[in-house]
Ligand binder design. Structure first.
Ligand code: C5P
Length: 404
């Protein structure tokens, strides 16, 4: 995956202990295919050396506006004209104040001021002590920076280097990376609310055991990430899985199919799109034993009676039709053979506009997938790709159908 391929990022470091995280952020940008030009303030050099940042970015670091290496001696112009984005991480309280005032007496603030504001976005990852963060001056500066067109990447909460605990830590490099990758994605679902089910369900037999399946949740989680990247508000109803929640996604954990239905029905009335990616158990034990079912020594196995689970997708789609609502429902079909035939039949049976078919063993637990889209126009085969790329493609296909 090269989520930043072709992008040129100017990474600005200002004075703060979080500079140590910027080394990893720089590496992450490079790993995702970006070229990175590091610019450091004098204060940043107290925390990490330009040597480290040069080694990681593969380019000499700029630290001064008086730099004879630049033929025209205008690094503030040259550096900002080449950038797809300027990311200030960490951005100190002082540097925020400088940006607000349009100061230009050192290279980084000068370059931010000189950047073509319409084409070179400025993204800011603040980092400071919790009292500095909470101070009215800082909060006022944040509002002004956003009003001036900067994107504020937010802060983390927790233990701080000063020994205090609270808001103001710089986000972790992986969190910043995810937010910056999202920043570059087209906002195809801006203003839309999306509900997604993901993962398996767990149907309890007794307090210890139950029926479940091999769904990893990766596809549904990738769709949640892609929808959020596209600007949607996302609710992710997740069965028991160990996949991290995508940034900016609201996750609702459930266990059984009935829990999943209840959580989904609570979310869909305000939604524009429902994507059922969960592998819901078709059957559940008729009753859950209060205590662990023990061997009785007779050698005879217990008999378990099953009953059918509600079909979440069909129920939600039917409910939306009954209210002549505008909920766009998307289903998945994991088949082992005759994919096209089964996928077409399933779309009709569930009463939904779009169904995504895939071959179960080729997707369950894998990092990539191959999808087949079935709608009233026919069948479209998408190329095999990573799950996040498949998810972005699916989001684009849904957005296109919504605006058609
Ligand atoms: O009927 P089948 O399980 O093959 O259909 C798969 C599609 O229906 C998936 O989108 C799945 O999330 C959804 N589904 C559901 N509730 C069920 C069974 C399947 O929402 N009980």
């Amino acid at each position: 995956m090269n989520d930043l391929a072709g992008k040129h990022i100017v990474l600005g470091l200002t004075g703060g202990i979080a500079c140590y995280k910027s080394a990893e952020l720089c590496r992450a940008f490079v790993k995702e295919g970006a070229t990175v030009q590091v610019v450091m303030t004098e204060a940043a050099e107290q925390f990490i050396t330009p040597v480290t940042m040069q080694a990681l970015s593969g380019r000499p670091v700029h630290t001064s506006q008086w730099d004879p290496r630049e033929a025209n001696n205008m690094p503030h112009i040259n550096l900002s004209r080449q950038a797809d984005a300027i990311v200030i991480a960490p951005c100190s309280a002082d540097f925020m104040a400088r940006l607000v005032h349009g100061r230009a007496d050192e290279l980084l603030s000068l370059m931010c001021l000189a950047r073509p504001i319409a084409t070179v976005p400025l993204l800011i990852a603040p980092a400071m002590n919790r009292e500095m963060w909470a101070h009215p001056a800082t909060q006022r500066n944040l509002v002004q920076l956003a009003a001036d067109g900067a994107t504020i990447l937010g802060v983390g909460t927790g233990f701080q280097a000063c020994g205090e605990t609270g808001d103001g830590r710089m986000l972790e490099p992986q969190e910043l990376l995810e937010d910056i990758v999202a920043f570059f994605q087209p906002k195809l679902l801006a203003g839309r609310k999306v509900v997604i089910t993901a993962g398996p369900t767990f149907e309890a037999l007794d307090p210890i055991r139950g029926i479940t399946n091999h769904s990893s949740g990766k596809m549904g989680f990738a769709i949640a990430r892609a929808a959020r990247e596209a600007g949607a508000e996302v609710a992710l109803v997740a069965g028991p899985v160990g996949v991290p929640t995508p940034r900016g996604v609201r996750r609702i954990d459930v266990k059984s199919a009935r829990d999943m239905l209840a959580a989904t029905e609570a979310e869909t009335p305000r939604a524009d799109i429902f994507i059922a990616a969960a592998a819901v158990a078709d059957w559940r034990p008729v009753s859950e034993a209060d205590h662990k079912i023990k061997k009785d020594g007779s050698g005879s196995a217990p008999t378990v009676a099953f009953t059918e689970n509600p079909d979440i997708l069909a129920t939600v789609a039917k409910g939306a039709r009954a209210k002549s609502g505008a909920l766009f429902c998307v289903g998945f079909a994991a088949e082992s053979h005759d994919l096209v035939k089964h996928a077409k039949a399933k779309r009709e049976r569930k009463g939904i506009p779009l169904l995504v078919g895939n071959i179960g063993p080729l997707t369950f637990g894998q990092d990539d997938n191959q999808m087949l889209l079935v709608d009233d126009q026919g069948v479209t085969e998408l190329p095999r790709a990573s799950k996040i790329e498949c998810a972005r493609r699916l989001v684009a296909e849904i957005a296109r159908r919504l605006t058609a």
